[in-house]
Design a protein around this ligand. Structure first.
Ligand SMILES: [Cu+2]
Length: 141
């Protein structure tokens, strides 16, 4: 609990504001760039999917094997996450509850909500460049 060093924080605040604006515009550029890609950028080890307004967001993601995917229900009503192959299946997730599943096999995983089957999502699982899978992956629109 030592007192402050007496320097005014005004300079630091201004610098911070400039930094935030710079990062913000850089981020905007990146987002604009990212949205032009056919497949969302893969995350190294975890990925989060939001369940919101009766939809999985993003509806399609690309991950590497070993990624843990987490679904978080942001709706007020229960939802589930069920692989169409039945390889995994969550319990009913109430509001703010989540479900995690580690993806280990290369390929395309389609899943849906068993309570609202029109809710569907897709996970594209592909190995890194150094460990290529034999088949090319389908593009996601
Ligand atoms: Cu649902």
């Amino acid at each position: 609990m030592t007192p402050g060093n007496g320097r005014s924080p005004a300079g630091a605040s201004l610098l911070l504001a400039i930094l935030v604006i710079s990062v913000g515009s850089a981020l905007g550029s990146f987002v604009a760039f990212a949205t032009t890609l056919p497949v969302p950028v893969a995350t190294p080890s975890t990925a989060e999917i939001s369940i919101e307004d009766f939809a999985f967001t993003p509806a399609a993601i690309s991950v590497e094997p070993g990624t843990t995917v987490k679904w978080l229900n942001r709706d007020e009503v229960p939802h589930t996450v069920v692989a169409t192959s039945l390889a995994f299946r969550s319990n009913a997730l109430d509001a703010d509850e989540s479900y995690e599943h580690q993806i280990n096999e290369v390929g395309v995983i389609n899943y849906f909500c068993s309570l609202h089957p029109h809710m569907t999502g897709k996970i594209i699982v592909r190995a890194t460049r150094n460990a290529q899978a034999g088949r090319p992956l389908r593009q996601v629109r």
